[in-house]
Each structure stands twice: as C-alpha cells, then as structure tokens.
Design a protein around this ligand. Structure first.
Ligand code: 5GP
Length: 119
C-alpha cells in the first residue's frame, strides 16, 4: 500500500497526454475518461490531477475535497446522460484489493434493473 509512486503508470501517461483517452470532464483537480474495458455502458474513471497518489491513503487530504467534488460532478453527469437505475462509485487500494493501475481513481459504473423475461 505504501510503495513509491510510478510516474509511468497508464493514468499518469493519460494525464500528461502521452496516451490517448476518451476524456469526458476536466477541471483543475481532476480528469475523467471512459474505461477501455467497461463493466457497463458509461463506465467512467475519475483521476486526481497534480498529485502523485497511488491510492486514497496517500492522497493529500487538502486536495481530497476538490477531487471528490469532481467525482460527484461526473457521477451526476453520467446519471443525467444515461439514466441508469443505480450507480456504483468505488475504488481499490493495493493489488490484493483488486487495484491494477496505481494512480488513484474512482470508478463510476452505471447499473440497470434486470429486464424481466416473463417466464
Ligand atoms: P483498478 O482495478 O485499478 O481499479 O481498475 C483500473 C481500470 O483501468 C480498469 O477498469 C481498466 O479497465 C482500466 N484501464 C486499464 N488500462 C486502461 C487504459 O489504458 N485506458 C483506460 N481508459 N482505462 C484503462
């Protein structure tokens, strides 16, 4: 959980413009883009800008407020655009927890009610 930040992680490259991404929102604190392997239609990732934070634990507390406001803004935009029935907003800390990219990110994953098959 407390390893050094690798500045060559994929999201750092996206933030520096060295890797393409389908960007959907950006402000001073955060960048949001579409997940390349979406778990549902509209699966979006929100990453903090200007910080070397691998996970939530080493995110500077004074930068958390502006970042989380961006997370909520993107969640509201996804909800407005796709009108899902539910929205997963989540993040993982450390490989054993399921983290695979080591720059802090929140997932925003729309969910829809199962359509009844009538049998
Ligand atoms: P984690 O398990 O670390 O929370 O999830 C990392 C997420 O990043 C996964 O959902 C994965 O699909 C996504 N991802 C991995 N590589 C790329 C990439 O190059 N571009 C984008 N947009 N998403 C990526």
């Amino acid at each position: 959980l407390h390893a050094a930040y690798d500045p060559d992680n994929i999201f750092a490259k996206i933030l520096r413009g060295e890797m393409p991404a389908v960007k959907v929102y950006e402000d001073e604190a955060a960048l949001a883009f579409m997940d390349v392997f979406p778990q549902s239609e509209g699966h979006t990732l929100v990453v903090p800008k200007g910080v070397e934070a691998r996970n939530l634990l080493d995110m500077p507390t004074e930068k958390l407020g502006a970042y989380m406001q961006a997370v909520q803004k993107v969640a509201k935009a996804v909800e407005a655009a796709l009108t899902p029935d539910g929205l997963v907003v989540t993040q993982f800390n450390g490989a054993p927890a399921g983290q695979t990219v080591f720059h802090l990110h929140f997932h925003i994953i729309p969910r829809w009610e199962e359509v009844a098959l009538g049998r």
